[in-house]
Design a protein around this ligand. Structure first.
Ligand code: FES
Ligand SMILES: [Fe+2]
Length: 419
């Protein structure tokens, strides 16, 4: 149980709040690069309570700037891109990706010594990696963007799925360190939803949580498994500070503001052994709906089920009313680490997991239960022996609403029939 003040500390993300400042020290994924492939590569985004505009100019530079023009506050999302930067559609001021005002057409024409001092627009750095775009909203110099090892894997089909979640980010992130929910939410409830009966999923018998620089590894033994199993020997990662890494995919819970979260999921599926080389031109990005036509939450897919839990906890979960038990040890550990990091940052220390060395950031390994599968690959015939892989070939079970063209591209990559 947490006091209201401690709950606020975990959940408030605006500029100047303790958690808002902590999260600003880390690169945050804000979408996929291919979202900006069209003829109008400008996208309004809201991130950590700030209204911003993401764009790619004609030279391929990414910019993330204030939503409002510093001249008279027009909406920069209705501007247009130039060879360098973006131009406001109201009076034509042009800004580059550093926020410098490069042009003020009327002043530049009529004033022999135009001054643009004080006319900078707020701007944040953006980097592309593995098809994702990451933004950094913290103090400069920015740390290195960690290139997680899976981002370097080759011969795989990647896709990025976004979802708008109407609740605070922290309850989504708590789900990243909650092994027992798999048994109930995905296995038993999933079976009920498909018309089955009985609570037959293998029970969790034992849990363990281990802290490391980039978060926590959780390990578990379920009925029918032993301590020899990779779920115990390797485990899964609650990735610091706001993500979940499960071997072949990542899920980030990116705070939009105190009451909204952007779910960003990145998936990798290696092509069957023998189909190499496979090179993906662009990583597809799609938005997953979370409600059906009647307004109810969609429950058919795995992450949609998680979303039902997150939004069900309320817009901002009231942690004064909960009852933590031993299944929630990971959640307590994660909260404690956030409090510790916030405290350390207040004393001027660098928070954990931040990488300043380019060498180190170039390929950051993580505990991975599916390393061989994703790097060496396995023959198509062997997919059939693993129920999860077999299912993965048949349909995309993580998020509802995969567009048919993404399915077609996947089917082509894997060399399977589309039915
Ligand atoms: S408001 Fe943007 S140029 Fe005037
Ligand atoms: Fe889940």
């Amino acid at each position: 149980m947490l006091t209201a003040a401690r709950n606020e500390m975990l959940t408030r993300v605006g500029s100047g709040t303790p958690m808002g400042e902590l999260l600003r020290r880390y690169w945050q994924p804000i979408g996929g690069a291919s979202e900006l492939d069209g003829k109008d590569p400008i996208k309004p985004v809201r991130l950590l309570g700030e209204d911003l505009v993401l764009y790619r100019d004609r030279s391929g530079r990414y910019g993330l700037i204030d939503r409002h023009c510093p001249h008279r506050r027009a909406d920069m999302a209705y501007g247009w891109i130039e060879d360098r930067g973006i131009r406001c559609s109201y009076h034509g001021w042009r800004f580059d990706e550093t926020g410098t005002c490069r042009e003020q057409p009327y002043e530049d024409t009529t004033n022999p010594k135009p001054s643009k001092a004080g006319c900078e627009i707020k701007a944040y750095p953006v980097k592309e990696c593995a098809g994702l775009l990451f933004a950094y909203l913290g103090p400069l110099p920015a740390p290195e963007l960690p290139v997680w090892e899976p981002f370097t894997w080759e011969n795989g089909f990647r896709e990025i799925v976004l979802a708008d979640i109407p609740c605070n980010w922290f309850q989504c992130q708590e789900n990243s360190i909650d092994p027992v929910h798999f048994e109930w939410m995905h296995d038993n409830w999933g079976a009920r939803l498909r018309g089955g009966d009985g609570n037959v999923a293998p029970k969790h018998l034992k849990l363990k949580f281990e802290e490391f620089d980039h978060g926590f590894v959780y390990k578990r033994v379920r009925e029918g498994q032993s301590e020899e199993d990779r779920y115990w020997t390797v485990g899964r990662v609650a990735l610091w500070p706001n993500a979940f890494y499960l071997g072949s995919h990542f899920e980030w819970r990116v705070p939009v503001d105190d009451e909204n979260t952007l779910s960003v999921a990145w998936f990798f599926m290696r092509v069957p052994k023998g189909r190499e080389p496979y090179a993906q031109e662009r990583v597809p990005v799609w938005k997953s709906p979370i409600r059906d036509e009647s307004g109810r939450w969609i429950t058919s897919h795995v992450i949609n089920q998680d979303i039902v839990a997150w939004v069900g906890q309320g817009r901002v979960a009231d942690r004064g009313k909960e009852n933590l038990r031993s299944s929630d040890i990971g959640i307590s550990l994660m909260r404690q680490r956030f409090f510790k990091e916030i405290e350390a940052m207040a004393q001027g220390k660098e928070p954990g997991g931040i990488i300043r060395s380019a060498n180190e950031a170039a390929c950051v390994p993580l505990p991975n239960m599916a390393h061989e599968l994703n790097t060496e690959g396995i023959p198509l015939a062997d997919f059939d022996k693993d129920p999860i892989l077999r299912q993965r070939l048949r349909e995309f079970r993580h998020h509802y609403g995969q567009p048919p063209e993404v399915r077609r591209a996947f089917v082509d990559a894997m060399g399977i029939s589309g039915s």
